[in-house]
Design a protein around this ligand. Sequence first.
Ligand SMILES: [Zn+2]
Length: 311
Amino acid sequence: MTRAGAALLALASLVLLPAGGAAAGPPAIVLAVVTTSSDLKSLVEAVGGDRVSVDSLAPPLQDPHAIDVKPGQLAQIRSAALLVRVGLDHEPWLRRALAALEGAPAPGGPRDLDLSRSVTLLQTETPRLRADAAPHVHGFGNPHYWLDPENARPMTAAIAAALTRLDPSARPRFEAQRRRFLERLDAGLLRWRAALASHRGARLVTMHDTWPYFAARFGLAIAATVEPAPGVPPSPAALGSLIERMRAAGVRVLVAEPYADPSLVHAIAARSGARAVALVPSVGGDPQAGDYLALFDVNVERLAAALDAAR
Ligand SMILES: [Zn+2]
């Protein structure tokens, strides 16, 4: 497809809302946005309000690194005014889908927003495994950065800038909605810090390396991850040594994602004496985690309860 064709498709994705009356000015634009995750959808909605219509590609309860894009979603991507993604090697499935999709937002182009460029990454020195060693390797830094709530500040700034480029007339609205979101975020941070204050320095073991940003924000320590490298299951020998180290170090809590192998979680908890707690890595992964702020309410409450019980 030509550039002009792609631009026409992007324009076709703008829906015009009827204005309140003849004196209310031109009809408002509703931007069709596609995000790779429900977390990014929640942040785009917080900034865009009723001026965005957002679809998320990855279901919240599935491993976000291993998604099958459905044909209907390909059409959504092609016609999106904006594609918002985690970036790095978090979404190998997206690169494959985009490569085969004419008219899709070009990486780095005006319809593409890679939010990894807006935050400070952790683990950027992790050695990259061979591409065929695992479906997903965190090879460019840890991609689970949305789990530090402070990162919502630069992420929503980048979202507001991208939406403003697409609809400059709505800039005051996007800025006001972002300010209101950040006020609620600040109130949340006070609440979450207070709930975890007595657990500063607590050591956790996690199944996948999903939680380093969350742990750093709240003064918790990830003593080890069960996967020897992201996406790679542990060998029986590695598991035995991990369990020994957990017992020796007094690790009392094992954090599992909803899609972790339950029999493995159960076995490690039983053999190490640690308490397993299921944290929710993405909005919608639990009915209570309905938006970005509720995600932290749920996770902080669950983790504090598990750490209290494990004292
Ligand atoms: Zn990961």
